[in-house]
Design a protein around this ligand. Structure first.
Ligand code: ZN
Ligand code: ZN
Length: 304
């Protein structure tokens, strides 16, 4: 049905634009007509996304002239209305490089983590387990890492992603995760799942948005291998022990994972109780390795 409507619209637009361009080909000296054709071409190209050369019938000199006019109008427009963008963390208006998502002040307030850090608690300065972690029994996670400290801009970005569904925030956070991505090979990125009721309320899973952004940068495929079978209360109100009990056996694996290595992804790493419960489920199903990666790490204060 959708294809049929699309085809009717395409044919109609092609007919109209053919008529206009044929007419223009014989009236190339009439400037307003060229502007009209330019508007038609711009509109239809932007909205219908033609893949075929529907406008090949336009006389070459007309096309060249149209492209000159188009460039001139763009410059004129840029002069009176400079291209702007807002910083995705603070909303400040920027007129600088448009490919950068953050203003200079917010970019300075990112607190990137740089290796080495303890693979279990995240404390900086340890390439192996720190002395405190060495005394604690290992859990199901092979190691964990986070791109930023959960403060300043990273905190704003995570919250914008999670509570205001600013999906653009996932790109800056994923770029940070690329900097701490372990060099070893992984078979897939697995986002920590939300319970389906929570996901329906929220409309999206922030870990999945981050996973998609990271996957696009590092070429590791993302798969939703896990699902949350139990709706668990938010972890924020619990102590470390209570957090572990809250998420115990809350996840199941929905695909064959035997012998595979996974990069388990979540937005914030706190006590990693949730990640550990996910890793337990994956390992119980035969996964060979589960490494946790998070956009931000909470509760460890300043690096050092
Ligand atoms: Zn800003
Ligand atoms: Zn440690």
């Amino acid at each position: 049905m959708r294809e049929a409507i699309q085809s009717v619209v395409l044919t109609a637009v092609r007919n109209v634009s053919d008529k206009i361009t044929n007419w223009i080909a014989s009236h190339t000296y009439i400037l307003p007509a060229n502007i009209l054709a330019l508007a038609m071409t711009g509109w239809s190209t932007a909205n219908i996304q033609f893949s075929t050369g529907w406008n090949t019938s336009i006389h070459w000199s007309t096309k060249a002239m149209m492209s000159k006019i188009q460039r001139f109008l763009r410059k004129l427009l840029d002069f009176f209305y400079p291209p702007t963008a807002v910083c995705i963390a603070c909303g400040a208006l920027r007129v600088d490089e448009l490919h950068v998502q953050l203003c200079a002040r917010c970019a300075d307030d990112l607190h990137p983590r740089s290796a080495p850090f303890c693979p279990r608690c995240g404390k900086a300065g340890w390439s192996m387990e720190c002395p405190e972690c060495a005394l604690i029994k290992p859990d199901a996670l092979d190691s964990r890492c986070a791109a930023f400290l959960y403060q300043g801009t990273a905190r704003k970005l995570v919250q914008a992603l999670k509570y205001e569904s600013v999906s653009a925030a996932s790109r800056s956070l994923a770029e940070g995760m690329m900097q701490v991505l372990p060099e070893e090979p992984f078979d897939a990125i697995v986002p920590v799942p939300l319970h389906r009721v929570r996901q329906k309320q929220r409309g999206f899973n922030q870990a999945e948005l981050l996973g998609g952004a990271l996957s696009a940068l590092c070429d590791i495929p993302m798969c939703n291998a896990l699902s949350r079978t139990r709706a668990t209360p938010s972890q924020t109100q619990f102590s470390k022990e209570e957090r572990a009990a809250n998420v115990q056996a809350a996840f199941t694996v929905g695909m064959p994972v035997e012998g595979l290595s996974f990069l388990l992804l979540d937005d914030v790493l706190t006590t990693s109780s949730t990640a550990n419960a996910c890793a337990e489920a994956l390992k119980a199903a035969g996964a060979a390795k589960v490494v946790m990666i998070a956009a931000a790490q909470a509760g460890i204060g300043e690096d050092g």
